[in-house]
Design a protein around this ligand. Structure first.
Ligand SMILES: [Zn+2]
Length: 148
C-alpha cells in the first residue's frame, strides 16, 4: 500500500478493526518514511461483470454457468475437479482485470477452449461442439484456427 503523501511503499499497520457488520476492515497505517498516518478500508468486491450474448442481450456474469459447461465437457474424462476450479479462477481473474466490465459470450468461450485444450483433448472438442450450437460455423472454424 503506497503512502498517499510521499508514495513510499513502506507502511506499517498500526491497528485493524472490523466494521460493526463485519463487511469492512479498517486499517490505520503509518508511513515508515514520512511518518504521516492514513486509513485504508478493505471490502469484498462485488463482481460486476456483464456478458453480452450473441443475440445482443446482456446477462450478469455467472461463474456457475461456466463451471457447468466445463464439467459437462469433462464428463467421464480424467479431469480433476481442482483443475477445473483453477481454470475458472484463472478466467475470472482475467475478466476482472480487464478495463471493460462487459465481455462477449464468445470471448469467454474462447478463454475456456484455450485452457481445455491443454487439459483434455476430448473435453476440448466437446466444449467446442456445444459452443458451435450457439455460434455460427464460420466463427467456430475461426476459433479453432486461432487456437490451433
Ligand atoms: Zn509517506
Amino acid at each position: 500500500m503506497l503512502c498517499p503523501y510521499c508514495s513510499s511503499q513502506e507502511t506499517s499497520v498500526l491497528e485493524s478493526r472490523d466494521s460493526e457488520d463485519g463487511t469492512v476492515v479498517r486499517r490505520r497505517r503509518e508511513c515508515n518514511k514520512c511518518r504521516k498516518r492514513f486509513t485504508t478500508y478493505e471490502r469484498v468486491e462485488i463482481i460486476d461483470l456483464k456478458v453480452v450474448k450473441k443475440e445482443g442481450h446482456v446477462e450478469d456474469f455467472d461463474r456457475e454457468k461456466i463451471r457447468q459447461g466445463i464439467i459437462k465437457a469433462c464428463e467421464k474424462r480424467p479431469c480433476d475437479e481442482e483443475e477445473i476450479e483453477s481454470i475458472i479462477d484463472d478466467i475470472e481473474m482475467r475478466l476482472l482485470n480487464r478495463k471493460s466490465t462487459e465481455i462477449s459470450s464468445s470471448d469467454i468461450g474462447r478463454l475456456v477452449l484455450t485452457r481445455l485444450k491443454k487439459l483434455d483433448q476430448v473435453a476440448y472438442l466437446r466444449f467446442a461442439s456445444v459452443f458451435l450450437e450457439f455460434d455460427d460455423v464460420k466463427e467456430f472454424k475461426k476459433i479453432i484456427r486461432e487456437i490451433g
